[in-house]
Structures are given as structure tokens and as C-alpha cells.
Design a protein. Structure first.
Length: 296
């Protein structure tokens, strides 16, 4: 089941609601009953997701970090140098961890369908700080190594967040709220800002979905025999999606509005935001090649 709806079996729907309710209840600090290594159960203070994220504030102040997106340009890049860098990855980037011999420091998710179709894989991913929007929590059985962040979901035309003049917004306090920008990359930029990174370099941000953007309007599409060849061209791994999965065709105009705000926020604070993606279709961010970076 990709994103539960009225067709979801009632028992499964109850399980999903229970997981979602628990994650929401655990966003703030609270009290719980448990053994906590003791012989008998006891009442103890439980740290909420917000407090766990607050502990990351300015953790890497003054340092540089690398945001790794999922574009096809990654296939031709030697990323071995990232092993000793601060890195933020997203979505299916974990598919490269074994090949690289290392993992990103953070692994971020927001899209509901994207998270659900990868939920079983994610049970075996170890190493990165795994973070996802609160509304993704229904898809995970074991949430002990996850941090869920607060992000306003925008899934209807009547939702004021996207449609009534207040989009986009940029969060300086990721622990309290993370704003959407029609792409998970925008969330990664806000996380990098929250971590205190002053130089942020973006890789794999091709900002192009080829003919899919010509054939389909922005929104979700199912992966079918008719479009899977086009889908294979959109990411670093041709098996990134399978038949029956659902993917999002981006709203590029909305993305660029969000990116422009991110750049303005970084520059206003004396920070830099650099696009290292070869032949990227995103011209908003200053560009640099890996060779130029290595010469610095």
C-alpha cells in the first residue's frame, strides 16, 4: 500500500494511525514507564524528537558540508573524498553506501510515497542519523534510530501554506519546524543551516527530469511499462524505482522560488551555497567544479 487511503484494510489503517499518534506524542519531551536497565519498571523522563534535534544545533558551526542529491550526474563522479566530510543525503542515496564504502552522516526523507516504498530497505540501513517528516512515521515498525521532524504537509489545493502567498519560508530552527519547498533538497539546505555549516556544496542536483516534465504535470505518477524507461534516466541508479512505485514529477517553478530564498538566507548570514553538479540545469546557485574545489 503506497500512502494509505480509504482502500487500506481497516486493521492496517489502525496500525498506521497508532504509529503516527505515537510519533506525534513523542515529538516533545514527556514521561514514560519502562525498565530502563533497572529490575522493575519506573517512571522516567523521555527525550522527545525536538530535544534530540536541538542537540544538533550548530554542531558543525563554521565547517563545510556536502548535500548529496540523487540525480544521474552522480554516476560519473568520484565521491570518495566525501568519506571524511560532513554529508547530508536523501531518499535512495543509501543504495550507494556499499559501493562507496561509507555512508552519509544524515539521511533525510519527506515524501510519503518515497518513504513508504523504501521503508523495508531502511530497516537495514545503519550509520547515518535517519530523519523523516512526522507524517512518514506510520510506515516504520522500529523507530528507535529515527528522528522525526515537524513539517507542515501540503496535500490539498486549499492548503494555505502553498497556495496563499506565504510560500516559500525558510527555517532557522529545524528542531521546531522545517518548511517545504517542493523538493527534499530544500529541507537538506535548512538542516545544513541549522547545523551551522558556513559553506554548503550540493552534488547530484541535476534539476531536470527530462521528458517526464514535458509529458506529465507536476504531481504523483505511477511507474508503468510505458514510462519506466524515462524514469530510469532521472536518478543515479536505473533501478531507483520499480514497476508499481509512485514518484513525483516536480514543480520546477516552485522549487526555484524556494532555492532563491535559501540562497538569500545563506548569503544574508555570510554563508555560501555552491552547486558542484556538472551540467546542472539550476542556475540560481553559484557553480564550481570538483576540480576547482580541490584546488582551494
Amino acid at each position: 500500500m503506497i500512502a494509505w487511503d480509504d482502500s487500506t484494510p481497516k486493521l492496517r489503517k489502525l496500525v498506521y494511525w497508532y504509529r503516527l499518534f505515537r510519533a506525534r506524542a513523542q515529538f516533545f519531551d514527556g514521561y514514560a514507564i519502562g525498565r530502563g536497565g533497572k529490575r522493575f519498571p519506573r517512571l522516567y523522563k523521555r527525550e522527545g524528537y525536538q530535544s534530540r534535534m536541538t542537540g544538533l544545533y550548530n554542531k558543525f558551526a563554521g565547517k563545510r558540508c556536502f548535500i548529496v542529491c540523487n540525480g544521474p550526474s552522480l554516476k560519473g563522479m568520484d565521491l570518495s573524498f566525501l568519506k571524511d566530510e560532513i554529508t547530508i543525503g536523501c531518499n535512495g542515496i543509501y543504495k550507494n553506501f556499499d559501493e562507496w564504502g561509507f555512508h552519509t552522516d544524515f539521511l533525510l526523507f519527506e515524501d510519503v510515497e518515497q518513504f513508504e516504498i523504501r521503508s523495508k530497505d531502511l530497516e537495514t540501513v545503519r550509520g547515518p542519523v535517519k530523519m523523516a517528516a512526522l507524517y512518514n512515521s506510520y510506515a516504520i515498525k522500529d523507530r528507535r534510530d529515527w528522528i522525526f521532524f515537524n513539517s507542515p504537509r501540503c496535500n490539498t489545493p486549499k492548503h494555505y501554506y502553498y497556495w496563499n502567498g506565504i510560500f516559500p519560508q525558510f527555517s532557522h530552527d529545524f528542531a521546531s519546524i522545517a518548511h517545504l519547498g517542493s523538493t527534499v533538497t530544500y529541507l537538506m539546505l535548512q538542516l545544513a543551516y541549522f547545523l551551522g555549516c558556513t559553506s554548503v556544496y550540493v552534488l547530484g542536483l541535476d534539476h531536470s527530469y527530462g521528458r517526464l516534465s514535458d509529458l506529465f504535470p507536476p504531481g504523483k505518477i505511477p511507474i508503468t511499462e510505458e514510462n519506466i524507461d524515462l524514469v530510469k534516466q532521472c536518478h543515479f541508479d536505473p533501478d531507483y524505482y520499480r514497476l508499481g512505485d509512485v514518484m513525483g514529477v516536480p514543480d520546477v517553478t516552485r522549487q526555484e522560488k524556494a532555492y532563491a530564498l535559501a540562497l538569500a538566507e545563506f548569503e544574508a548570514d555570510g554563508r555560501e551555497l555552491i552547486n558542484l553538479t556538472p551540467d546542472s540545469c539550476l542556475s540560481l546557485f553559484p557553480k564550481m567544479s570538483l576540480e576547482q574545489l580541490k584546488l582551494q
